[in-house]
Write a protein of this length. Structure first.
Length: 549
């Protein structure tokens, strides 16, 4: 019997190594869902398409293989858009597939018709619509190839309804999956970069998320050790070099002038490795645009006046770092070093907070307790808001991709659905989603998905009944805040209504115990922890005082 186009699509997905698809069905893709049910691909039925796209986003980030999400047409496809855009701005591989109306009415105004590829084009690397069943093998292969090769991103394919039951061409079959090759660094560019590194009295390394994708930890460590270079990472590159390394200062990207910024204030050369402009605005570390940059990545960065590239090494990142390390230039003179003082300031801030018994808990205490119970390989997802700033600044991270932050689109509420994607991608690791109460309720419906699919993890909700980061910024810039306060349900009863366990932190010393118990539990636990964010303004005032000194 000849295969249907729906069955051919599934064969092509299997050929790409797809094991899971996150999504929601609609009447326009029921035959594709039926074909999936007879394949080796597990379909994860979610409660909202946005959740599906975040699950695919985090799965792709942790595995390097495209996470796949699926929706019906019109409103379902639009709901899917946010996580797809998040993946695009975070350089994460995701393939989004959506149903579309049949070709018999796609050209005119009709029920639920939206030009989906036009909506997806600005937030993907490639977006298109299937117009003939014969194109399925090429278009599926193209979607995955573009998504997974540098620079990774999301791609989108719309499948008109009429193709689902149409017979696929007899000679249509999946195409071979090509292995990506990598470019060797130019010896001339290596020499030019080494000349700048040798002359610099205070060079600073900025490690971006590209170093994580390139698995460049070992090469980066050898390079840093050879030339004794101070290192700051972006939020998304946390852990690419362990925070135990003596040259690691911390993260850069906090909204104002943090301790790490002082190293860049003194820098006469920035060695940007795997850095991408969407991670944060380089004006924060090079406001006058007068510090030259050595850019090491597999693609050229966009033009920015605060990112003046003196040398571009466009090649495989580990190979480029190894080529620089092999030079082993001696006799380099450095000026006064700041990384030790910066490390000490951050460590003191966290250590002081770790013994703070005030209640509600301060962010430093919460972070210290999280670090105490999490293993080096365990994964924490830090959602967007004030919580992201505190986790990025203070959470010690020892391995790449163990503290996940979205800092391209900086999307709220990715962490809870993302934890499902993380659990599937890394079934042997403990998973903790750290969220504000504002973020939690945006996608809390996916608790049901996690329980139904038996995917255990822990959600820690920082409760302050405000959109904390907005309040923080209003208080800083306006001297007051408006329209940021909201009320919450009883989080313990809310969690229990889904069949999860709910816990409430009642005093400072409860948290570590509750976290440890929850992480050892083979199920879902929601822990509500009251947080005192009055320290936000204190931090801003302290950093401003240090800056002015």
């Amino acid at each position: 019997m000849s295969r249907t186009t729906a069955e051919l699509i599934v064969k092509c997905l299997e050929n790409e190594g797809v094991t899971h698809i996150f999504g929601l069905p609609g009447e326009e893709n029921i035959y594709l869902l039926d074909a999936l049910s007879k394949s080796g691909i597990r379909f994860i039925l979610v409660r909202h398409e946005q959740g599906a796209s975040f699950m695919a986003d985090v799965y792709g980030r942790l595995t390097g293989k495209a996470g796949v999400c699926l929706s019906t047409l019109g409103p379902g496809s639009i709901n899917l858009l946010l996580g797809v855009a998040d993946a695009h701005t975070n350089s994460t591989p995701v393939v989004a597939i959506s149903a579309q109306v049949g070709l018999n009415r796609i050209f005119k105004e009709s029920h639920q018709i939206i030009r989906l590829q036009d909506i997806y084009a600005p937030v993907t690397k490639w977006a298109d619509t299937l117009y003939t069943a014969a194109a399925v093998p090429e278009m599926v292969r193209k979607a995955f190839q573009l998504s997974q090769t540098e620079r990774p991103s999301s791609t989108f394919l719309a499948i008109p309804q009429n193709f689902e039951t149409e017979a696929a061409p007899d000679d249509a079959r999946p195409l071979p999956v090509a292995i990506q090759g990598y470019r060797a660094p130019s010896p001339l560019q290596i020499d030019l970069a080494m000349n700048l590194i040798q002359k610099a009295r205070y060079p600073v390394v900025l490690a971006g998320y590209g170093t994580v994708r390139a698995n460049a930890t070992e090469s980066l460590e050898r390079f840093v050790d050879t030339f004794d270079l101070p290192v700051a990472t972006t939020f998304m590159a946390k852990g690419v070099l362990s925070d135990r390394h003596p040259n690691v200062m911390g993260t850069i990207g906090y909204t104002t002038h943090d301790y790490e910024n002082f190293a860049f204030d003194k820098a006469d050369l920035i060695i940007a490795i795997g850095f991408e402009l969407q991670e944060f605005d380089p004006v924060r570390i090079n406001p006058k645009g007068d510090t030259p940059v050595v850019h090491i990545h597999c693609f050229m960065q966009d033009v920015d006046k605060s990112y003046p590239v003196a040398v571009n090494i466009i090649a495989d990142i580990p190979a480029s770092l190894d080529a620089l390390t092999e030079k082993q230039v001696t006799g380099i003179t450095r000026s006064e070093r700041l990384e030790k003082k910066i490390r000490e300031d951050l460590r003191h801030e966290l250590e002081k907070g770790s013994t703070d018994t005030r209640f509600p808990l301060r962010p430093e205490r919460i972070i210290a307790d999280i670090r105490h119970v999490m293993g080096d390989d365990d994964i924490v997802l830090a959602d967007t808001g004030a919580i992201k700033m505190w986790m990025a600044r203070l959470y010690p991270t020892y391995k790449p991709s163990t503290c996940l932050i979205t800092n391209g689109l900086s999307t709220m509420s990715f962490a809870l659905p993302g934890a499902l994607g993380a659990r599937i991608a890394c079934p042997d690791k403990k998973i903790l989603a750290v969220m504000g109460d504002g973020s939690f309720l945006m996608n809390s419906q996916e608790l049901e998905t996690a329980i139904r699919e038996k995917l255990p993890f822990v959600i820690l909700v920082w409760v302050d009944q405000n959109y904390g980061l907005i309040k923080w910024n209003m208080d800083l810039k306006l001297g007051h805040h408006v329209d940021v306060h909201f009320n919450n349900p009883d989080f313990v009863k809310y969690a229990e209504s889904f069949g999860a366990r709910g816990k409430l932190v009642g005093k400072a010393n409860d948290l570590a115990m509750l976290l440890k118990e929850a992480l050892d539990y083979d199920g879902i636990t929601v822990i509500a922890c009251p947080v005192d964010y009055s320290v936000n303004l204190q931090l801003s005032e302290t950093l401003e005082t240090v800056k002015s000194a």
